[in-house]
Design a protein around this ligand. Structure first.
Ligand code: OOG
Ligand code: NI
Length: 455
């Protein structure tokens, strides 16, 4: 390759994801333990279930499995969010979905930066859940103004990172040398800083307004707060975490264990209490901050709007039933509620509850005209075509709120009455977020076209 040939955004994303993983492993050694544990559980799961291995291979998910993870950051201003959008675009990551966490007591709204097309996802699906603080939810006006002033004064990107973003936008790509520099410079934005930018008193005041506000406002940058590998068996991984004495969250967020996994199940280990120095004149005050944690997740079928509506209603049923006079623990209620969600791929597909990706079998490859003669169902029943679940690449607001809550350390629970404000979020972002359902529907449709069952 010529030194001036641009590297693809997919390649830059892979380099960045690797660099981020190395950095976080150095910063939070328990993350390294988690990665080992997940890779052992995945190897055992695949050895036990060759059909799962074959299915993942068909849908391009096997090769990416070990590299697969998501991270999360929280920023404070529209300018920071808009610049992150441009930074992630260099790596082929685009904003998908709008998540309002205020209803769950967390004063942020968010999107996920991730690759959107099937080829890019197969290469490396690295995603970053990115939240924007809603300062307007701080009630105390003086404190709100102080927080805004602190945020306005900081610059979370290095000058070379900003220059390389512009270079990418003008040239339409970065050379290998530029990409390497970009990755190193971009990493600086996500690094942990053990020195706060405000006094201990200001930190405390922001902390009591909301712990998350202190986390966003008091540091030089939006430190990556977790990096999550993908496990094929989250129950086994949760047991393994507990067996190693890792302080795991009690409840796995999301749907219950099923034969056909849907959406996303997640669990985390509790946030670390880390030493921080707060500036105090010529010296510094010692204190601590609780922000960073570890998380693992299992991903399943991407649901259609119909499937998602069913999911939301069953989850609400399990959660609401926790009130007075309810019977059973949460796990039992969840399992009971989800008895009403079909749990075999044929039914899920035929009832239009999830998205599937179609591929020709050897027999189908040998006789493509036979495929085109009948319906999708015919082609499947004749063994000419397979239908495999499209993997859910996004997040779940209720789960995200649970993860936030369990890691804020203060056990606080309060709902903000604020309206969800997608328009304000998109204005800050400087773009509209992609619709996740459209992306999944397109992946399904393209696979039908490729096998000759749609035009
Ligand atoms: C993000 C929490 C959301 C997930 O996996 O749902 C998230 C945060 O704590 O900043 O990462
Ligand atoms: Ni997460």
């Amino acid at each position: 390759m010529n030194a001036s040939t641009p590297l693809s955004p997919d390649e830059i994303r892979s380099l960045f994801a690797q660099a981020m993983s190395r950095m976080y492993r150095d910063e939070v050694p328990l993350y390294g333990t988690l990665m080992e544990l997940v890779s052992e559980v995945n190897a055992a799961t695949l050895a036990r279930d060759p059909s799962l291995a074959a299915r993942l291979q068909r849908s391009d998910a096997l090769d990416r499995l070990d590299a697969e993870r998501h991270g999360a950051i929280r920023v404070g201003t529209p300018r920071e969010l808009a610049t992150l959008r441009r930074l992630f675009a260099v790596m082929g990551m685009h904003p998908v979905g709008y998540y309002d966490l205020a209803v769950a007591g967390v004063p942020v709204h968010a999107t996920a930066f991730r690759p959107v097309d099937a080829a890019a996802l197969a290469r490396n699906p690295f995603r970053v859940f990115t939240s924007l603080l809603r300062l307007e939810l701080i009630e105390d006006a003086a404190l709100r103004d102080q927080a805004a002033a602190v945020l306005e004064a900081r610059e979370i990107f290095t000058p070379p990172a900003l220059a390389l973003i512009e270079r990418f936008e003008q040239a339409g790509g970065l050379t290998a040398g530029e990409a390497a520099e970009f990755v190193a410079e971009a990493l600086e934005t996500f690094r942990w800083h053990s020195e706060a930018t405000v006094s201990h008193a200001t930190y405390q005041a922001l902390l009591s307004a909301h712990r998350l506000i202190a986390d966003v406002v008091c540091f030089r940058g939006p430190h990556i707060n977790h990096l999550t590998p993908r496990t094929l068996d989250i129950d086994a991984a949760q047991d393994a975490m507990q067996a190693r004495g890792i302080d795991a969250k009690a409840v796995i967020e999301g749907p219950p264990r099923r034969r056909c996994p849907i959406l996303l199940r997640q669990t985390s280990f509790k946030a670390l209490q880390e030493p921080v120095l707060f500036p105090a004149g010529d010296s510094a005050d010692a204190g601590t901050h609780t922000a960073r944690f570890g998380e693992i997740e299992q991903r399943g079928l991407a649901l259609t709007p119909k499937g998602r509506a069913l999911y939301d209603s069953l989850l609400a049923r399990a959660r609401d039933a926790g009130g007075a006079g309810s019977t059973g623990d949460y796990g039992t209620r969840l399992a009971t509620a989800f008895n009403d969600f079909p749990d075999d791929d044929d039914t899920l597909r035929r009832e239009g509850l999830g998205y599937y990706r179609y591929a020709l079998t050897d027999a189908g490859l040998a006789d493509r005209s036979a495929v085109a003669r009948g319906s999708v169902e015919d082609a499947i029943s004749m063994g000419l075509v397979t239908a495999d679940p499209v993997v859910y690449e996004d997040f779940l607001p209720v789960s995200a709120a649970g993860i936030f809550q369990s890691n804020l350390g203060g056990g606080e629970q309060r709902a903000f009455a604020a309206q969800s404000n997608r328009d304000a979020f998109e204005k800050a972002l400087g773009a509209q977020v992609h619709d996740e359902f459209e992306i999944y529907a397109r992946i399904e449709r393209e696979s039908l076209v490729a096998v000759g069952l749609a035009t």
